[in-house]
Design a protein around this ligand. Structure first.
Ligand code: NG6
Ligand code: CA
Length: 541
């Protein structure tokens, strides 16, 4: 297993013309450190895989990544007794595309529908195709998703009172208990398998994204019912004192309780893990923190020094601690590869006046990086990524190897010792050795999709190119700029940005004019990735 080293060297060799001398030196160094690191340890077959996936938690939000005002002892401990990655990326700065990439092993821009989905959007991923859940299931794993989905459901009109499908079950998850979209969108109910959980047939649930139902209170009509005000987009139907995007009516018994959400989802994870302690399992556990609306359980109020946004993050960390406790109690820690990461970078104000900016107290959610959610700067996709597997991943490793969440599919395939079908996971590179801290020879290039399909960043070595540095009009650029003390004004439409991350991790100094050759080489690579030409050269398969 893991005989992919030769392939990766040849990928890097192909790309050498794109690198500066310095990048070449780094490549040679990492090849050496690879040899040094290649451990003797046996990798057990068929470990359990648990991915705990945060929503909008940034590089600077986790203690071991530098946060001082948000205590995250459980994540910190997982990093200390495992590996902390510092150059691991989501594929996109928004939710749907990042999740799409994890499940399909493909960059999201290749599918034009793979953008932030509306609450009633149809299923995005082809139920007949290959995806990570199906891969695990075909290989003898029990598979479950518990938490946020946001990858569409059904085939068009959804009848929330009927059978809601296709969805996760049709993709290969055997169990599915999901928040269908985001917690700021209706319907504010869970979908358990094919049905809305706890729905009373005598009180059917109706959803409309365009028009309110007569007589139903909204944030706009009844601001006195709200804990905090919201922008117009988030001023639809109200639950738990918070207005959401869209309108709903009925389904009272099915409404989730925001404050209890983590506790309920953790309890379900506990059930799944204990029921399957004797079979290998894949648990995808995407939580809602700290996406808006931030409504932590009261026991977390005041647990951080940065207001609700921080408290919500502490609640996420508590869930991590609970999952570790459950694995421990079931005697599964040594046989479980645990990954903790996030879907996109941070944002403070994403539609609600929840005090995130006012209470930040100097906390910088994107750490030393620039930008956050919706942008193509490092802060948008470079995220905490913690890997823990006692006995396999050596404790205390800090890895700067470049890794993308899109690589999980091919890396897991390598772990399972299977070949991916030729036409699947085309952007996924087998990075198993990097994922397990056995190699620091990272992926040759990192594509970072901003909001929309044509706003991207590309990192090669320490060079970072933003070919089309604009942000869609609906995103308030101030939201990201305000968060980062080292930020520079948002670019104009026609500028190309080139940064050297080694000297300038905060992407403050545009070197595009000084380095036209690097820009040209990187543009060429960028076009090749976009056009899918030579994809086998690019992904090593
Ligand atoms: C945006 C929402 C934002 C958030 C985001 C999805 C508006 C103005 N903004 O459209 O609040 O819900 O979608 O976030 O509607 S994500 O993390 O799931 O991608
Ligand atoms: Ca998100």
């Amino acid at each position: 297993m893991m005989s992919n080293k030769r392939t990766r060297e040849s990928v890097s060799a192909k790309l050498l013309p794109f690198f500066s001398m310095m990048a070449a030196a780094i490549f040679l160094f990492s090849a050496c450190s690879d040899d040094y690191r290649s451990g003797e340890s046996e990798i057990p077959d068929q470990p359990n895989i648990v991915i705990i996936y945060a929503d909008d938690i940034g590089f600077g939000d986790v203690g071991i990544y530098g946060s001082e005002l948000i205590p995250t002892p459980y994540m910190d401990e997982m990093a200390r007794s495992g590996m902390k990655m510092t150059s691991a990326y989501a594929t996109s700065s928004t939710c749907t595309p990042s999740r799409y990439s994890i499940l399909t092993g493909e960059y999201a821009f290749r599918n034009e529908r793979a953008q932030i989905l509306d609450g009633d959007a149809p299923l995005l991923i082809d139920p007949d195709g290959f995806n990570i859940a199906r891969m695990f299931r075909k290989n003898g794993y029990r598979t479950s998703i518990i938490g946020k989905w946001h990858l569409g459901l059904g085939e068009g009109e959804i009848d929330w009172n009927g059978v809601v499908k296709p969805g996760p079950l049709e993709l290969g998850f055997e169990e599915s208990f999901i928040i269908p979209t985001t917690t700021d969108r209706v319907p504010t109910v869970y979908v358990n398998g094919h049905n809305v959980e706890n729905l009373d047939p005598d009180d059917p649930l109706y959803v409309d994204y365009n028009e309110n139902f007569e007589g139903e209170p909204t944030g706009n009509s009844h601001p006195e019912l709200l804990r905090y005000l919201a922008d117009n987009q988030h001023s639809g139907s109200i639950l738990d004192g918070v207005s959401r995007i869209g309108f709903q009516k009925g389904g009272a018994s099915a409404m989730w309780n925001d404050e209890e959400m983590s506790i309920e989802l953790v309890a379900l994870a506990e059930e799944f893990i204990s029921e399957n302690k004797d079979n290998p399992f894949f648990l995808f556990f995407p939580l809602h923190q700290n996406h808006v609306p931030r409504i932590p359980n009261e026991k977390f109020l005041g647990s951080s020094e940065t207001g609700l946004r921080g408290d919500h993050t502490v609640e996420f960390d508590w869930s991590v601690g609970e999952i570790v406790r459950i694995l421990e109690e079931q005697g599964l820690r040594e046989n479980t590869l645990l990954i903790i990461t996030s879907d996109n970078g941070p944002i403070y104000d994403d539609g609600y006046d929840d005090g995130a900016i006012e209470d930040a107290n100097g906390h910088v959610a994107n750490g030393i990086y620039r930008g956050g959610k919706y942008t193509a700067f490092e802060g948008a996709t470079r995220l905490p990524f913690i890997v823990n597997w006692p006995g396999v991943v050596e404790p205390g490793i800090v890895s700067d190897a470049k890794f993308s969440q899109v690589d999980l599919m091919a890396s897991f395939a390598s772990l399972l010792e299977i070949q991916l079908p030729d036409d699947t996971g085309i952007d996924s590179i087998d990075m198993l050795e990097v994922l397990l801290g056995k190699s620091f020879d990272g992926r040759p290039h990192i594509l970072q999709q901003g909001a929309g399909r044509d706003h991207m960043g590309l990192r090669v070595g320490d060079w970072k190119l933003i070919p089309n540095p604009r942000v869609p009009g609906w995103v308030n650029p101030k939201h990201n700029e305000r968060e980062n003390p080292i930020s520079t004004p948002m670019p104009t439409r026609d500028t190309i940005y080139l940064f050297n991350l080694a000297d300038d991790p905060g992407e403050t100094t545009n070197l595009a004019d000084q380095q036209p050759e690097i820009v040209e080489d990187m543009m060429e690579l960028y076009e090749r990735i976009l056009s899918e030409n030579d994809i086998t050269v690019l992904n090593g398969r």
